[in-house]
Design a protein around this ligand. Structure first.
Ligand SMILES: Nc1ncnc2c1ncn2[C@@H]1O[C@H](COP(=O)(O)OP(=O)(O)O)[C@@H](O)[C@H]1O
Ligand SMILES: CC(=O)N[C@@H](CCC(=O)OP(=O)(O)O)C(=O)O
Length: 295
């Protein structure tokens, strides 16, 4: 048997502590800027990594709340739905980035999103000392839906919201964690793309920031470089040119719709990067691609 490597001890020097204190000191203007701000964070299924990454994400969210932010988490879970559908041998197709959702599929989608995925995030937030409460768009009519397109089956288009309920949770220091499932006035259950749900809920709250956490560092241009600030005009051009493609299309579409509907700014960033949300809000080293209304 190979010998086990001895654990490497990390030595934290006085210089490290001084650097940490300096970082906190430098964060003061942004801590003041986001005090009382509403920040909607969309955690994509690809960005939910290991237990350590989830723990770190949850600590970031709890820390944000501790320093005055009102966080709202809206999550995805596409890969997790795929895994469960495979286990159940249910085939699934995507059209234009949306899952064609029949009755059997929507049952699995709701089970996975409102159950496994939602509770994993809630548990991580609560373990970090926060008060996370898991919801879906069905609860308190947070996101009432109608059918988006008959060809997609039970895929929902969000049409009605309850931002006052979310504000009352914030007043009680509760962090809402929302699965992108909506109820229809027809009694049906609707599957909503996670980006679409996050954008619509952010718009209903007129949020100060919408952070879309994904598995790339931001929107890439035709040379593969991340564009740190991108205008609505550039997004339209890059989409026409095919530079923005695949899963990035619903994200940039969501960003454009959200800023049109009163969200102050949207950032697309890598949720797998350690402390991505803190880096974005509290340091000058903004982590991804910023989209805001033309001034
Ligand atoms: N211009 C672009 N810049 C960055 N990513 C892009 C671009 N065009 C397409 N993509 C693709 O979009 C993907 C992100 O979308 P998706 O996989 O649906 O994420 P999530 O599961 O987080 O919602 C990236 O991994 C990348 O492959
Ligand atoms: C209609 C539709 O496509 N719904 C998505 C909901 C989950 C999601 O959006 O997950 P990510 O954010 O991880 O991609 C789906 O069924 O996969």
């Amino acid at each position: 048997m190979p010998e086990e490597e001895p654990m490497k001890k990390q030595t934290v020097t006085a210089e490290d502590w001084i650097a940490a204190a300096r970082t906190l000191n430098a964060a003061l203007p942004n801590l003041q800027r986001y005090d009382g701000a509403t920040v909607v964070i969309k955690l994509g299924g690809h960005a939910m990594g290991s237990d350590e990454a989830m723990e770190s994400f949850a600590r970031d969210v709890v820390l944000m709340q501790q320093v005055g932010v009102n966080p709202v988490i809206v999550h995805g879970g596409g890969p997790q739905i795929n895994q469960m559908l495979e286990r159940l041998t249910i085939k699934s197709d995507f059209v234009g980035g949306k899952r064609v959702t029949d009755l059997a599929t929507v049952e699995v989608v709701e089970m996975v999103l409102s159950g496994l995925v939602n509770k994993r995030i809630v548990q991580a937030i609560n373990a970090a000392g926060g008060k996370g409460v898991g919801l879906s768009g069905k609860d308190a009519n947070l996101m009432v839906c109608e059918q988006a397109d008959p060809a997609l089956g039970f895929v929902g288009k969000p049409v009605g919201f309850n931002p006052d309920f979310l504000r009352s949770l914030h007043a009680a220091e509760i962090i809402p964690v929302i699965a992108p499932i909506g109820g229809g006035s027809d009694g049906a259950t609707y599957n909503v793309n996670g980006d679409t749900a996050a954008g619509a809920i952010a718009a209903s709250l007129k949020a100060d920031r919408l952070l879309l956490l994904t598995d790339v560092s931001g929107v890439k241009d035709n040379t593969g470089e991340i564009v740190s600030e991108i205008t609505p005009e550039q997004i339209r051009q890059m989409t026409d040119d095919g530079v923005i493609a695949g899963g990035m299309i619903p994200k940039t579409e969501t960003a454009l719709a959200a800023i049109d509907d009163g969200v102050r700014a949207v950032v697309i960033l890598d949720g797998r990067a350690p402390n991505a949300c803190l880096l974005e809000l509290y340091t000058e080293h903004g982590a991804g691609s910023l989209i805001r209304p033309p001034r």
